[in-house]
Unconditional design. Structure first.
Length: 145
């Protein structure tokens, strides 16, 4: 979520699209909540494990994995760059992304920092998904490693 925040602040600045800053309303609370849950689960004994695990799983899965990792990172940046650098016509690429994004927010790759931080969100999502499955499994089945 920190990468996402930086990516969207940078994109809002370079493309003069302040509406990209809306993601901060999600990313900042998720960063804070994740920090506190991480501290909670690092304790040696954790009372009432199932409810916090469920809440933590929801906080990680919905905004971090589904919205940012899958939709923003993999769909909006990895796929867009693959299509762009495969010489798919720009109109076709934009039509592909208009179903999720406002037309003025769909930028063809023209800034390395913006695109690389966008792609990095997708890469981080893969690592996060692996850690997420391990964490939930460990919390729900504590004796198995």
């Amino acid at each position: 979520m920190i990468t996402t925040s930086l990516h969207h602040v940078y994109g809002a600045y370079i493309y003069n699209t302040p509406e990209r800053l809306h993601v901060l309303a999600v990313s900042i609370p998720v960063i804070i909540i994740t920090y506190f849950f991480d501290r909670y689960f690092r304790k040696k004994t954790v009372p009432y494990k199932k409810v916090p695990t469920l809440l933590y799983a929801i906080v990680i899965f919905v905004p971090s994995l589904l919205l940012i990792g899958l939709l923003e990172g993999i769909y909006n940046h990895v796929l867009k760059n693959i299509l762009f650098f495969s010489n798919v016509p720009e109109d076709t690429i934009k039509k592909t992304f208009y179903s999720f994004y406002e037309p003025e927010l769909v930028e063809m790759p023209n800034d390395a920092i913006f695109e690389l931080t966008g792609i990095f969100q997708g890469i981080l999502a893969i690592a996060l998904a692996i850690q997420f499955v391990r964490f939930v499994s460990k919390q729900l089945h504590p004796g198995k490693d």
